[in-house]
Design a protein around this ligand. Sequence first.
Ligand SMILES: NC(=O)C1=CN([C@@H]2O[C@H](COP(=O)(O)OP(=O)(O)OC[C@H]3O[C@@H](n4cnc5c(N)ncnc54)[C@H](OP(=O)(O)O)[C@@H]3O)[C@@H](O)[C@H]2O)C=CC1
Ligand SMILES: O=C(O)[C@@H]1CCC=N1
Length: 268
Amino acid sequence: MRKVAVLGAGKMGQAIVSGLLRAGWSREAVVATARSAERAAALREQYGVRVEPNAVAVAAADVVVVAVKPQDAAALLDELSGAFRPDAPVVSICAGLPVAFFEKRLPDATPVVRAMPNTPALVDEAMTVLSPGTHADARCLEAVEELFAPLGRTLVVDEKHQDAVTAISGSGPAYFYYLAEAMTEAGVLMGLPREVSKELVTQTALGAARMLRESGDSPVALREAVESPAGTTISAVRQLENHRARSAVTDAIEAARDRAREIAEEYA
Ligand SMILES: NC(=O)C1=CN([C@@H]2O[C@H](COP(=O)(O)OP(=O)(O)OC[C@H]3O[C@@H](n4cnc5c(N)ncnc54)[C@H](OP(=O)(O)O)[C@@H]3O)[C@@H](O)[C@H]2O)C=CC1
Ligand SMILES: O=C(O)[C@@H]1CCC=N1
């Protein structure tokens, strides 16, 4: 039985643990680690998985997922020096940290894969983007892709794109929640009960996402199909343009990309 260790099962690590269990991984095959006793107890209670010290988890694992914050990664690897099995792939989900950060701290020839998932893993709708390191061959990459596939969709890109990926899909759910929050509040401002407004926004987001996926049309074509001449939608879109919403989105996503680059410099 293959075993996976999730080191630092916080928000994202927990989403991965829960997705693996839903995908049929047995409780014995998934080991989590946590820094606080409270967090460890919560993971045991909620998922019934083993929560072990990092070194114990790593020793037993065929795949190790590093899910701590980028600022905690170096200390974690230092603490574990000697515990890693050189044949067990190490998958980092740490934003910004390059494969090289791990390769220089792990035993020679350890296969490393940089991964960027997102929190919709909690509902099996994650977007996970993988980049293989120097020693991760096709078989290793395939095994890591199989690990993440049940959590949603997967894609492989060259590592040079990972900071942009982080800015788009890693952080992306937050942008949609921000828009959902603003739309819900606008409904409340106009007198809709909050629950009604939220339901309208949620179903509209789901429907729009499915249209994007299933119609094959571009976002522009889909938007134009909603905009009646002299109608309501074009009036709204004009306000978005007046407020430079497109430019704000571009600047926001570039800021996320730049922050990922800074993280690499800060913690290298
Ligand atoms: N949140 C997201 O949407 C996404 C996050 N990521 C990446 O995932 C990583 C985790 O992010 P997120 O889940 O949001 O953060 P969290 O803070 O929720 O999770 C990190 C967890 O790691 C634990 N931890 C830290 N050091 C150790 C250690 N030495 N041993 C065991 N556990 C430890 C923390 O414990 P404690 O709580 O006690 O500090 C915490 O529970 C980051 O690197 C982030 O870039 C990637 C994609 C999406
Ligand atoms: O905000 C962050 O840094 C992490 C990485 C992607 C999503 N959350």
